[in-house]
Design a protein around this ligand. Structure first.
Ligand SMILES: Cc1ncc(C[n+]2csc(CCOP(=O)(O)OP(=O)(O)O)c2C)c(N)n1
Length: 272
């Protein structure tokens, strides 16, 4: 198993522990997006605890902010803070590791949680880079359910209008949202065509839980000039824990002890 894939599966164990201890979090979407976050933080982006105040660092925004638990695990692993502290205090009274991204936590660039804001903030950051002649890139991760928010489409238009080829949006396309399939709740089919029609370059990733396919996509995105890039990553919600996969109720389900032990066993089998 390659290093990135191994890291993503180890981070799945951290997420499951964090969510089990806290009886909070959004485990389905965490397990869907973790490969994307791992690849971005450990391969693609120029972001680290050492350059967190450097104006040239790449910018990252988790627009699907309910998956803050996955982001805290990745940032902790990257050394922004003590990961174990985050795992043990997530969502507890008094902890800074609250249920949605919070700028009190080192490495977080934007408070989030109300869906539909990250792309427009990312447009501002990418435009600022162009205006200030800086080379940093801005990465935004959104959910496919989140694409029901109309503000995304204004952000898409503005990004194309200003030729923001330093902006890369990723859609974690797992076909589920909070209460059912995206098709039933608010159909967001043909997202690739929508992005293309709005003037973006589009890269489809057949298996968005495959780190190597994701690396290729982000490398390609960096070479595309003149337009913003959308990486459409076809993922599985709950990926890696059999009883959670493709099941809407695991959007923010709480595990029993038995389920927790089963989840850990399954993840350890993949890592063995
Ligand atoms: C503006 C807004 N409306 C509603 C919600 C409640 N909400 C939280 S998560 C979610 C579903 C998001 O689905 P998706 O973007 O597909 O995320 P994923 O399935 O990857 O977890 C909703 C509707 C919210 N956080 N913000």
């Amino acid at each position: 198993m390659d290093v990135l894939t191994k890291k993503a599966w180890e981070l799945r164990k951290d997420i499951v522990e964090m969510v089990y201890r806290s009886k909070a979090g959004h485990v389905g979407g965490d397990l869907s997006v973790i490969d994307i976050l791992t690849v971005l933080y450990f391969k693609v982006m120029n972001v680290s605890p050492e350059n967190v105040r450097n104006p040239n660092r790449d910018r990252f925004l988790l627009s699907k902010g309910h998956c803050a638990d996955a982001l805290y695990c990745v940032l902790g692993e990257k050394g922004f803070f003590d990961k174990q502290e985050a795992i043990e205090t997530f969502s507890q009274f008094g902890s800074r590791y609250i249920g949605h991204p919070n700028m009190a936590v080192p490495g977080i660039e934007m408070n989030a949680g109300s869906l539909g804001h990250g792309l427009s903030v990312g447009v501002g950051m990418a435009l600022a880079a162009k205006m200030n002649r800086k080379n940093y890139r801005t990465y935004v991760v959104l959910g496919d359910g989140e694409m029901a928010e109309g503000s995304n489409y204004e952000g898409m238009m503005a990004a194309a209008q200003y030729h923001l080829d330093n902006l890369c949006a990723t859609i974690d396309l797992n076909r589920l949202q909070i209460s059912g399939t995206t098709k039933e709740v608010m159909n967001s089919d043909s997202l690739s065509r929508k992005f293309e029609d709005f003037g973006w370059n589009v890269i489809e990733v057949k298996d968005g839980n495959n780190c190597l396919q994701l690396v290729e996509a982000y490398e390609q995105a960096e070479t595309l000039k003149g337009k913003p890039a959308a990486v459409i990553a076809h993922t599985t919600k709950g990926k890696g824990v059999s009883f959670m996969e493709n099941t809407a109720s695991w959007h923010h389900g709480v595990m029993t002890e038995e389920q927790y032990l089963q989840a850990v066993k399954e993840l350890e089998e993949v890592l063995a």
